[in-house]
Design a protein around this ligand. Structure first.
Ligand code: ADP
Length: 519
């Protein structure tokens, strides 16, 4: 009930006149004055009494009717929702209803989602309007959870572009700032490297590494291998039968046949290698194929499916347990990727002159060589590292992956890296290199086609498919990733050698704002 000033006035007047009339009535009884003989002031009090009664009856009557009307339909629905969502509705209304203005039509759909009548995942196909689906899902979610999504932006994003490809059941998008490190001089070309990160210091540090590389004449890279992998697991009744298939698959005379079956998956798929591992009667078959400018997981999986169907004719007793048997190995730390490679294998090197080490990196060649030996090699060996013989390759890999629409989960194997630092030219200059066997990147497919990620790929000159030489955009991107890692390694290692790490992180990475809970 809303208590406004008018109601207060009428209530006050009502009680005042009732009080006055009661006093007058008592006096009339005491003085034996007939009750129907009234003075002017009594008459005025009676009129005021009747007036205020009419007003109050009308006001409360209307509210009651309105209330009853809602009880019949919406409130019945609300009551139902109450039980369905654990009686959070009252709290929810304070959050969601106040902040989002919904039309009657939207309101109906929101109610249906909240009550569970309409599954949230069907909104896009039911409404045929991605943006509206996001809005409705978001309001429904706020009501169901009782939590506000204020701060998570919803406008300014093309939700059609992610439909059926990048993200299901969207309610908004997360913003990550993009910084630029560079120019990065690599193989005679200059690159401005986009890095999406919230870690202070990271872009600044990589930028310093880029400068050291630039003034030393640039970095050089070589692509050693290019092949995405997928390894299904198949089982036989005996280990002997599993071995029969292993020998069949590894027989060079059979390769061409198998490749022609595999390559039907895409005009860009080219089977390069088949490698088998046996565990008892189970066989793991690691297929490696080049995938053009795509990172290639879909392509390789489709090719594997083709081959398994083909093999079933010759090995009818083969039981396909799963299209992926983890010998691939995707998104998990595994020695097979570190040793055999996955995606693009790249080595990148630079010679940093003594002068630059002193002036730009503020340290010495001897300190860097010693630190690298004791930290990246010995320290990582002591820790039992798997592909982690570096200072912070994954920092740079993740930031470039996020900016360019790569699969961030593949940061795991893509960050495998051994950083080497050796004194050359009579001990004066520094030879620095990073060897990265599993950089998994693409410039078509997945998140690469989204507007912001696409803009970052464009900045690097590797947007989309390379029309002249399929795959060269993705390969170039892998080389840029490795070179950016080289810059990052140089700079961080120098900061540690010079004892600056904690100081610079305190300055750029630690907020001195009051971050005590605002909500
Ligand atoms: P992924 O295999 O990395 O998951 P997708 O299958 O989503 O990638 O994307 C690859 C798609 O892009 C395929 O349909 C392929 O035919 C198409 N495509 C167009 N040009 C190229 C190219 N240059 N290299 C690889 N794929 C390309």
């Amino acid at each position: 009930m809303v208590v406004d000033t008018r109601n207060v006035v009428f209530f006050t007047v009502f009680f005042f006149v009732v009080h006055y009339l009661l006093i007058r009535w008592r006096e009339k009884i005491r003085n034996s004055t007939p009750i129907h003989v009234v003075t002017v002031s009594e008459m005025a009090a009676i009129i005021t009494f009747v007036g205020s009664c009419i007003y109050l009856l009308l006001y409360f009557g209307t509210t009651l009717v309105h209330h009853t009307h809602f009880s019949d339909d919406e409130e019945a629905e609300e009551t139902k929702n109450h039980s369905a969502i654990g009686c959070k509705f009252d709290v929810l209304l304070t959050h969601a209803e106040k902040k989002e203005t919904t039309t009657g039509e939207d309101e109906e759909v929101i109610q249906a989602v909240v009550s569970g009548k309409t599954p949230s995942y069907l909104l896009e196909s039911k409404l045929g309007d991605c943006k509206r689906a996001v809005f409705i899902r978001r309001v429904a979610l706020e009501r169901i959870t009782g939590k506000s999504l204020e701060g998570l932006p919803v406008d300014g994003f093309d939700y059609e572009s992610i439909l059926g490809q990048c993200c299901e059941m969207p309610v908004g998008y997360v913003q990550i700032p993009v910084g630029i490190a560079g120019p990065l001089l690599l193989d005679g070309m200059e690159f401005s490297v986009p890095m999406a990160t919230t870690e202070g210091c990271l872009v600044a540090s990589t930028n310093r590494g880029c400068k050291a590389i630039y003034v030393s004449g640039g970095a050089t890279s070589v692509l050693l291998k290019d092949g995405m992998t997928r390894a299904p697991i198949v089982r036989f009744a005996t280990a002997k039968r599993a071995a029969d298939l292993k020998f069949f698959l590894e027989e060079p005379l059979n390769f061409q046949n198998l490749a022609s079956v595999f390559d039907r998956s895409s005009r860009f798929a080219k089977l390069r290698k088949i490698q088998c591992a046996i565990a008892g009667r189970n066989l793991y078959i690691r297929f490696t194929c080049s995938t053009g400018d795509a990172m290639g997981m879909n392509m390789v999986s489709k090719g594997v499916q083709n081959v398994l169907e083909y093999l079933q004719a010759n090995f009818p007793d083969m039981d396909v347990i799963g299209i992926s048997g983890n010998y691939c190995s995707d998104k998990k730390p595994a020695a097979v990727n570190w040793i055999e490679g996955r995606g693009k294998s790249v080595v990148c090197e630079a010679i940093i002159t003594e002068d630059v080490v002193k002036k730009v990196l503020k340290t010495t060649v001897a300190s860097l060589v010693e630190l690298n030996m004791l930290k990246n090699l010995t320290g990582s060996a002591m820790a039992g590292a798997l592909g982690g013989f570096n200072a912070h390759a994954s920092n740079i890999v993740s930031a470039v992956f996020l900016a360019t629409g790569q699969d961030p989960a593949q940061n795991i194997e893509s960050s495998h890296c051994i950083t080497m630092m050796e004194a050359v030219n009579g001990g004066r200059d520094l030879h620095v290199s990073v060897t990265m066997p599993s950089i998994e990147v693409g410039t078509v497919g997945g998140g690469t086609q989204l507007a912001s990620q696409s803009a970052c790929l464009n900045l690097l000159g590797v947007k989309g498919a390379n029309k002249e030489w399929a795959g060269s955009n993705a390969r170039q991107l892998a080389k840029v990733v490795a070179a950016a890692v080289l810059a990052g390694e140089l700079s961080l290692m120098s900061a540690i050698a010079a004892g600056q790490l904690v100081k610079s992180h305190m300055k750029y990475n630690r907020s001195n704002k009051d971050i005590s809970a605002k909500f």
